[in-house]
Design a binder for this molecule. Structure first.
Ligand code: G6P
Length: 611
């Protein structure tokens, strides 16, 4: 939700900022803006729409200058128009600020400003904050850093901010509470951004700001303080671990397609080093010190949002099946507010690709405050959930840029199957089943490769369905969450209404929707074959159009289907990995044929840092 970049150094700041904003656009693309300081004057350019619109508005006069900041917005307060676009300025135009998050007490601050004769000109909570900084700076004769710090002590809500002040043009200030910010430490130049992607090209040395920290950033040095206690904090410099190529399209038309095709590697990266094929044992260093706590836990919860929640459902099934313990899977947005039974004998797993989803982070913090052991299953190294959890396992899928999650899902499911196997081995349960599952992990990447070879034939199927208004996805058991995920992918990127259902539940409602206009995607595996076949017959007899994804190949399925997508067979517990990929490709091809913006679908953002 909103991307922020700041730069101070000797380069042309606008070049660094615009390039950085393009990389952060996955976080929101309702509007974009940039402010660059030159000769102690800040010039501001901002507009509705994407960064490419902003670029067309820039000319030499408003881009000279070697320090500045920029923003790409996902709207919360105020519609996405030019005036509500960031950066925002205070009344004196001395202070310029970009913000990611929500200022919850903005109404009372707005009233306070109004009483002091300062009227806000935009509908945003952000303008209130920058006006407030300008107001106390003048009223209390503060310096730049102290005005920002003191203002932030009065703010309720979430923020990642970067601020400029014309009176002190040797520095930029960044602060974080609830929205991520990373500092990049270069040679006589410094960067700050919502994630490391705008920084990697210039330096690999980074510092993650923690909650409640403020950084005063100059060209050649920086100082980090705790906002409330106002003392200096010593921070370790860490290294960016991925490469620049990983965040570029590498010849693919879209990031989403690239990420779908990366799955043979991302799934094997999730497994690498975690199964010892000599002794058949799983090794998960990130949680090994907590195994006994997990095995002894009275309750296990898994919490997540969106695609990660679908992976959580599969994770719940896996742990129940292999560890024989019941697992509750919860939407983080509900879990964080509902009265639950979480206590000190509970384990709560939080699953998140970004590691920054506000609801998942809050649900995890709540569980922690109730005494639970918290475990993170996260992709982005150093992200908030990864840092906040007591322990965890990285999925190592590499950067995922396409807003619709693909490779992160299959890596999450892979890791969950390893966690379930690991716990079962430690508890001495279901040895044979676990062993066959782990053996099958050896060939899963090659099987994913075979599924990807079906892309062209899936594109042919997509042509027949690009004008459909609705879609139904049906599966049983482990394929039910896959049905949900298939429907979500289609909704997200093609704007076709789609629903996922347990195949047998169709009879209790959705069957009323079935006619010649309704495509139904069935997920058929060997162990649920007969049951799903009955559901297929029910749809066939009502004229529905049937697409079958199956590891089974026979005349019966051929007869009932309008289209059939054959995938390799695998262990039942790993089947969701292979089943999901044709659904990703189907959604992708339909969306491209419809001319949709696949990587940046309307209204969505990849990292949802507001609740
Ligand atoms: C957003 C994204 C989804 C993602 C969800 C959870 O809605 O558009 O693709 O599944 O957030 O994100 P997380 O980073 O926590 O997995």
């Amino acid at each position: 939700m909103c991307g922020i970049v700041g730069y101070i150094g000797s380069r042309k700041a606008a070049d660094v900022i615009i390039k950085g904003l393009r990389r952060l656009e996955y976080r929101g693309y309702d509007s974009a803006g940039i402010a660059v300081n030159h000769n102690n004057k800040t010039s501001l350019t901002k507009c509705k729409g994407k960064v490419k619109n902003l670029e067309t508005m820039l000319d030499e006069s408003n881009t000279v200058g070697t320090f500045g900041l920029g923003h790409t917005r996902w709207a919360t307060h105020g519609i996405p128009n030019d005036i509500n676009a960031h950066p925002h300025q205070d009344k004196s135009s001395k202070f310029t600020l970009v913000h990611n998050g929500i200022i919850e007490n903005y109404s009372s601050l707005r009233q306070l400003l109004s009483d002091a004769g300062i009227e806000c000109v935009t509908d945003t909570d952000t303008e209130v904050l920058v006006q407030f900084i300008g107001y106390i700076y003048k009223k209390d004769h503060l310096d730049f850093a102290e005005a920002v710090r003191l203002a932030l002590t009065k703010v309720v809500g979430a923020y990642g901010i970067v601020v400029l002040c014309e009176d002190e043009p040797d520095k930029i200030i960044a602060a974080r509470f609830g929205s991520p910010l990373v500092l990049g430490i270069g040679k006589d130049e410094m960067f700050v951004a919502s994630d490391t992607s705008p920084i990697i090209e210039y330096t690999r040395n980074i510092i993650y700001l923690d909650e409640g920290e403020l950084a005063v950033i100059k060209k050649s040095d920086y100082e980090i303080r705790n906002i409330r206690k106002n003392h200096i904090v010593d921070k370790d410099i860490e290294k960016i671990e991925y490469s620049l190529e990983q965040i570029e399209k590498g010849g693919y038309e879209h990031f989403m397609l690239k990420e779908i095709f990366e799955q043979p590697n991302s799934v094997s990266d999730a497994i690498r080093g975690r199964i010892n094929y000599n002794d058949g044992l799983v090794k998960l260093g990130g949680i090994q010190d907590y195994v006994q706590n997990i095995l002894d836990a009275k309750q296990i919860f898994i919490t997540a949002c969106g695609t990660s929640w679908h992976a959580a459902l599969i994770g719940g099934f896996l742990i129940e099946e292999l560890l024989h313990k019941s697992v509750k899977v919860e939407y983080a947005s509900e879990f964080r507010y509902r009265r639950t039974t979480v206590d000190s004998e509970s384990v709560v797993l939080a699953i998140s690709q970004s590691g920054e989803t506000a609801d998942t982070l809050a649900a995890m913090k709540k569980a922690k405050s109730l005494g639970a052991l918290t475990l993170g299953i996260v992709n982005v190294v150093g992200s908030s959930i990864a840092r906040e959890a007591d322990a965890g396992v990285y999925i190592h899928a590499g950067p995922e840029i396409g807003v619709a999650s693909t490779k992160a899902f299959t890596s999450q499911v892979t890791i969950l199957s390893l966690i379930a196997s690991y716990l079962a081995q430690k508890a001495g349960k279901d040895r044979t089943k676990v062993q066959t599952l782990l053996d099958e992990c050896k060939s899963i990447s090659n099987k994913i490769d075979s599924v990807l070879k079906l892309s062209d034939s899936i594109k042919t199927i997509a042509r027949d369905y690009q004008d459909a208004k609705n879609f139904l996805y049906l599966g049983r058991g482990y394929q039910f969450p896959v049905a949900l995920e298939g429907a979500l992918k289609l909704k997200e990127i093609s704007y076709i209404h789609a629903e996922g259902y347990p195949a047998a539940e169709m009879k209790h409602g959705p069957i009323a929707l079935i006619d010649e206009e309704m495509p139904v995607v069935f997920l058929v595996t060997k162990n649920q074959y007969d049951k799903v076949l009955s559901n297929i017959r029910e749809v066939k007899s009502r004229g529905g159009r049937i697409i079958i994804v199956s590891s089974q190949e026979n005349d019966e399925l051929m007869e009932y289907s309008d289209h059939i997508i054959h995938i390799p067979s695998t262990h039942n517990l790993l089947a969701p990995i292979l089943m999901t990929i044709p659904l990703q490709l189907l959604a992708y091809h339909i969306a491209v044929l419809k001319g949709c913006d696949v990587d940046q679908p309307r209204n969505l953002a990849k990292s949802v840092t507001v609740e």
